[in-house]
Design a protein around this ligand. Structure first.
Ligand code: SAM
Length: 286
């Protein structure tokens, strides 16, 4: 019998069958669709895992992963293959709209004693929810005295650990207006700034797989940011996600998605376009 041809040449044997096995697991666990064009990326990111586990080839790695679908290595594999690129004030038009249109009525509702929850779904290392928290403090400096908070979730525990540390380089914080940077960040070593408690305390980070069969959420969300996450999902997974967001949103809630994403499937009738990649849930205002 001849060996299967290598998909990517390298230290470890990696065949098309190995790629398919990894793609099937990634789709089942996270809803992420891998195309074969990503083979070199899969190889380079996972070769490190094979090395640290002392495995001879990708086939043995796949067998190990398949044996324990909920296991730690399966989560390591997921974390290695997700794309975590993010930055402060990414797609700034969303935050302009949030400060101008979204937050003023929510601030009023919070001052009247209502609970207001915002959700950054697929928050990566925290730049998005902290940008949202800066927007909240800009629109509502007294936010801490009211029940207005941000939930920030991601499937990847490694990025969440970074997010909770809330420490960023001065370069990463360059897009943030100087008066907000000075007010809400403090020096934390050479070239590093850490979010002050006033900013950190508005955000709670939790691990949550958007593709899980149920979400451990008790609240309803008046604004959901899920940007540059669904782009990695296949279309049925995207369609299901937009529907599920509608189920956990308040009437008239806002949804913000990434610049190359669009709302597809049955929920497209419920999320009405309300700006550049921003939507509102049909059915009243919160
Ligand atoms: C490219 S980052 C986007 C970060 C941020 N939303 C932004 O736009 O800058 C995508 C994030 O989605 C997360 N992600 C991917 N699949 C996920 C899933 N099934 N559930 C939750 N988060 C997921 C990744 O771990 C990653 O941190």
């Amino acid at each position: 019998m001849t060996a299967a041809p290598a998909l990517v040449a390298g230290e470890y044997a990696f065949t098309p069958r190995d790629f398919d096995r990894i793609a099937a697991m990634l789709r089942a666990d996270a809803g992420i669709a891998l195309t074969e064009g990503k083979a070199a990326l899969v190889y380079s990111r996972l070769a490190k895992r094979l090395r640290s586990l002392g495995l001879p080839d990708f086939s043995s790695y796949c067998t190990l992963l398949e044996r324990d679908p909920g296991g730690a290595e399966r989560r390591e594999m997921l974390a290695s293959l997700t794309t975590n690129v993010t930055r402060f004030l990414r797609e700034p038009h969303h935050f302009e709209q949030i400060v101008r249109d979204v937050l003023p009525p929510l601030a009023e509702a919070a001052r009247r004693g209502q609970r207001v929850r915002l959700w950054s779904a697929g928050c990566s290392t925290g730049e998005e929810p902290y940008t949202l928290a800066l927007s909240v403090l800009e629109a509502m400096p007294d936010a801490a005295n009211h029940d207005l908070r941000i939930l920030a979730t991601d499937i990847d525990p490694v990025v969440l650990e970074t997010a909770r540390k809330a420490t960023y380089s001065e370069d990463a914080l360059a897009p943030v207006a100087p008066h907000l940077r000075t007010r809400f960040f403090e020096p934390a070593g050479p070239g590093q700034l850490r979010a002050r408690p006033a900013l950190r305390d508005l955000v709670a980070f939790r691990e949550l797989n958007l593709n899980a069969s149920s979400w451990p959420l008790r609240q309803r969300y008046a604004a959901i940011l899920c940007r540059n996450v669904a782009i990695y999902f296949d279309e049925p997974t995207q369609a299901r996600l937009w529907s599920r967001f509608a189920e956990v949103a308040t009437p008239g809630a806002w949804l913000f998605i990434g610049h190359s994403e669009r709302v597809v499937g049955p929920a497209a009738a419920r999320w009405r376009s309300s700006g550049l990649t921003s939507y509102r849930l049909a059915g009243g205002t919160p």
